[in-house]
Design a binder for this molecule. Sequence first.
Ligand SMILES: [Zn+2]
Length: 362
Amino acid sequence: MLVSTPQPPVRGARFPGRYIQGQGAIARLGNEAGQYGRRATVLLDNGVFDLLREQVDAAFAGSAEPEIVRHAGECSEKSIAALVASARAFGAEVIVGAGGGKALDTAKAAAHSLSLPIIVVPTIAASDAPCSALAVVYNDDGTVAYDLFLPSNPNLVLVDTALIAAAPARFLAAGIGDALATFYEADSCRQSGASNCMAMPGVSLAHEVARFCRDTIFENGVAALDECDARKPGEAFERVIEANILLSGIGFESGGVAAAHAIHHGLCELDDVHHHLHGEKVAIGVLAGLKLHGRDEEFEKIRRFCKSVRLPTRLADIGIAEATEEKLEIVARRACRAGEIIHNEPIAIDEKMVVRALAALI
Ligand SMILES: [Zn+2]
């Protein structure tokens, strides 16, 4: 009798086209953009517009012609349409987004709409979004409208570490929080066989990248923050920027996401947390995730690590001063919705378990 053996699943991974990182890297922007076309529309974040306008202009001298557009602040359908109109009128052949997450996402969405190449220049390292093929679109009132899944990752991610070192260290710490989740979530997906952002399990490289991301922040996180405080970015700083932006970006998209980000989504249901950064809430999600699995030894280790890199370890640290049963139930309900990424965990998770895990962080 013929016994059919189950076939291994089809696996995948995705990456940005190219990645460049270093102090003063922004000076290469014109040359890099010039490889895609002669005219570049550059969306520059309002927060860094006055600081960077001249540098960006100078970077294009002799290579391509830039149109520098000030980003109003939101990534909404309105701001995307405005950038599309401006780039079209200018005759842009490449789009550049420079600044924080919302400016980058606006530029990514506009480039997609115009079918043009996109160069992303993050000026903070607070999350792993820059390398991803994702833009979060907001309503005009600031609430999330939808996630826009793009067919490809940015053509180039160009990271000037001198610019990032000039930003507050709190952003760097938040990026470490987001990067911390990458290994635990990818590892959960590896164990459960859950799909990544391509709707298939990740190739083994995705899991190696996630592990490397974790090891890099463990080894260099504290020193990187010290270097940031002293405004003297050195080797540890460079390593952590690579982990926060590149390794975590590849690790989450290709390895998959799970409890930490599901709990983050749940926490965002509470008004209390709105002044806290994505990565800060994700760090709480990682700690709660370890409690879900009853991994007390690992929990203690990660709790100490979070403290050492200025990440929150208790609900009060992210604004939930009074963690009532009712609030925890709201978080758990959102985190455990049908089809939610928490169900990528290798064990069955229910709302009661999430409430208990969060209660351990009061
Ligand atoms: Zn994240």
